[in-house]
Design a protein around this ligand. Sequence first.
Ligand code: NAP
Length: 307
Amino acid sequence: MKAVRISGYNEPLVLEDVDIPQPGPSEVLVRVHAAALNPLDFKLQRGYMHAFFPLTFPYTIGTDYAGVVEKTGSLSSHWRVGDRVVVGSQATQGGAIAEFAIADSSNLVRLPDSISFADAAGIPVAAGTAWQALFEMANLSKGQTVLIHAGAGGVGSFAIQFARQVGARVIATASGSGLEIVRKLGADQVIDYKSQDFQGMVSDVDVVLDTIGGETQQKSYGVLRTGGSLLATSAPPDEALAKAHKVSATFVFHEPVASRLSKIVRKVEDGSAKVLVDCQQNLADFQAAFDHQASGRAKGKIILAIA
Ligand SMILES: NC(=O)c1ccc[n+]([C@@H]2O[C@H](COP(=O)([O-])OP(=O)(O)OC[C@H]3O[C@@H](n4cnc5c(N)ncnc54)[C@H](OP(=O)(O)O)[C@@H]3O)[C@@H](O)[C@H]2O)c1
């Protein structure tokens, strides 16, 4: 099979011919139809995440994919050959950008016929992180206000939709074509981060979803109400600043949990959330897709069509 692998940190991505892996007793072999990239992938490749996610090489890039069950292990009787599935694998396991991938059978989520493989592949990390941050960590609820940075990004685009769904008021930052995108996703107030300073425009926010870090995060503490929550996905929060502003600040450490992914898949199935797709590329164009993800300019998910 073909797989996009690296042989070490900072080593180039190579599309290689390798043996099809065989599932262990509690595993399933999935024929991958589509995979999606995340910033996590280039951070892993560059070794930035070494302390959290030490990789074993060769490492097949990608955690998010959708496809069809090809073969089941002896203890994976819950799954049948031909089942449509979506998977968010552990960062250290990767394996998505390949024609076949091994998944732990407890990590598969059934994919309804109405959701394309391409859309499904775009769900796991981005939507899972938005959900985990807003509902499992910040307990965002009806009537509250949330500031979502990078609303046109993978995480932000899901966060806007999820927050609107529970009846929260959504303020989102974006720029260029992202401004219209976040409006259409449901943001009540849109701030052009390149020409406007959100610090002077927003106050008494209940929750900030900070997907940027740096100056954006520093300024975000001051727009929260006393007791508000900052959830950071990119850079660890500054505890001293949080204390000074009497707010809580927590780093989001996304965990791929099948029960959460399953809930989100149902939201996409019933039309209450959609997957914002930046572009879809063929497997042969993996390098351009990877570079685009690493540029930080994607508007939604970058999908690789694999079969
Ligand atoms: N800790 C975790 O478990 C976890 C999980 C998921 C993601 N993350 C991290 O969270 C971050 C976001 O992930 P993602 O998948 O959403 O990234 P992404 O899809 O690559 O985000 C790209 C978007 O960010 C926007 N952007 C860039 N700088 C901005 C700024 N200063 N203000 C507002 N928008 C800005 C870009 O808009 P323009 O093109 O208009 O600039 C672009 O639309 C990444 O650092 C990722 O590694 C962490």
